[in-house]
Write a protein that binds this ligand. Structure first.
Ligand code: SUG
Length: 416
């Protein structure tokens, strides 16, 4: 049995569109009403997965959820008089951002020695709150072997939970016991704090984590105010390394001290505000990167292309690579269609630590499946969606058929 990290990327759904649904997410607001390109978006996602499969040797995926969501449409009593954003919610392809699908505690961290997953309730945003029951159905299949996995229900609704996007793990190696770091926000600012402290604490208890190896940290209210609606917009961890902006946490030094007390081997790579402002970090999504351990044990940072176009961010990356730090490569990837809705490389993946042999193989990528997924997307995903298409019967017919074609191709028609 060999446990390893596996990234499960969300395949971008055929209804991908820009409806400006996420208050506090600056990219979503600034692209509201733009035409979207679902085919290009989904192919960008597959290209990222292919790159990581080649680099890491293993890669998984989760399928788009059923859209439009007929039950939500009915519940909203839509009659044309409602705001366009309400009409768009049942169409959102937001489940592509699987960092918000669930919080994952790998088996070495939990009391019963199984890997625990809690689907995120995502209650703060209507278009995201509809995700979790369908996400859970999928997790129940992908990780259905109850000898190895426990899938919980979502946290009760009054406590907002956004999943792995507000959760980090430090460890000597992925299959060794780790220290889990939960980052929550406090309400009261201009934008919603989407992760509630009690949701994080509940998840940690339900997963059977050791309190001595579990840390709870408050996100910097100024970061939320600047558009870091999830912690993974300003910090990411892998192995012994915490890669973070200097203004990520409410009490930055206190956060470092608390994490180090639980995990003394901690290595911090901090980007100072003098090199990259909080605003520039959020605009380029430098921290919404995949920090991965390569087979040769060095680390690579997989960043959005937007980072290369920023002289401040790229300058910092180049200087960092010249030093002797733990991150030895910075690899840009093009996920622009997702980025325009506030989803970078890290948003698009859910990190698991498990033996690939314990996962339903229909959720694991290989070259043949990547070809199949690409061909299905090319044949069925709409090339373009204009805001006026959202809500129409003709778009509904085509996105429903597109998703079913993918489920068929991957032998997952049971999700239909
Ligand atoms: O929840 N955007 C997503 C982006 C999620 C990013 N995930 C992480 N940081 N892990 C969100 O705000 C925009 C949809 C729209 O406006 O049409 C949206 O839902």
């Amino acid at each position: 049995m060999s446990r390893t990290e596996i990234n499960f990327d969300g395949i971008v759904g055929p209804s991908h569109n820009y409806a400006g649904l996420s208050l506090g997410n600056i990219a979503s607001a600034s692209h509201a009403g733009d035409a979207s390109y679902p085919r290009a978006a989904a192919l960008q996602g597959v290209a990222k997965m292919r790159g990581n499969l080649a680099r890491l040797g293993v890669q998984g995926y989760l399928l788009p959820l059923p859209r439009p969501n007929i039950a939500l449409q009915a519940a909203l009593a839509l009659d044309g008089s409602e705001p366009a954003q309400l009409r768009a919610a049942p169409w959102s392809a937001s489940s592509m951002w699987t960092a918000n699908a669930a919080t994952v505690s790998p088996a070495p961290d939990t009391a019963d020695g199984r890997c625990h997953l809690t689907p995120a309730n995502l209650v703060t945003m209507l278009h995201r709150a509809q995700e979790w029951p369908d996400t859970k159905r999928q997790l129940d299949i992908a990780f259905g072997d109850t000898r190895h996995f426990v899938i919980h229900d979502a946290v009760p609704p009054s406590f907002g939970d956004e999943g792995a996007a507000n959760h980090m793990r430090l460890c000597d190696s992925h299959d060794a016991p780790g220290v889990e770091v939960f980052v929550y926000g406090r309400t009261g600012g201009r934008f919603p704090a989407r992760q509630h402290e009690q949701a994080s604490r509940l998840v940690a208890r339900a997963h059977g984590l050791d309190p001595a190896s579990t840390v709870f940290i408050e996100q910097n209210p100024a970061a939320i105010e600047a558009g870091a609606f999830h912690n993974d917009v300003v910090a990411v961890a892998n192995g012994r390394v915490l890669f973070t902006h200097a203004e990520a946490f409410a009490d930055q030094q206190g956060a470092y001290d608390t994490i180090r007390a639980a995990y003394p081997a901690l290595e911090i790579v901090e980007v100072p505000s003098s090199a990259v402002t909080l605003q520039e970090a959020i605009r380029t999504y430098l921290f919404n990167a995949q920090l991965v351990t390569l087979p040769d044990s060095t680390m690579a940072l997989i960043v959005p292309e937007e980072c290369r176009e920023s002289s401040a961010v790229w300058g910092w990356c180049e200087a960092m690579l010249e030093g002797n730090g733990p991150i030895r490569q910075v690899i840009p990837v093009d996920v622009r269609q997702s980025m325009a809705n506030g989803g970078g490389p890290a948003c698009l993946r859910l990190r698991m630590v498990c033996d690939p042999a314990t996962v339903d193989p229909r959720f694991l990528l290989d070259e043949a499946r990547a070809d199949l997924i690409e061909r299905t997307i090319a044949a069925h995903w709409p090339e373009q969606i204009d805001p006026s298409d959202v809500g129409t019967q003709s778009l509904a017919t085509s996105v429903i058929a597109a998703r079913l074609a993918l489920l068929d191709a991957l032998d997952l028609a049971q999700l239909g």
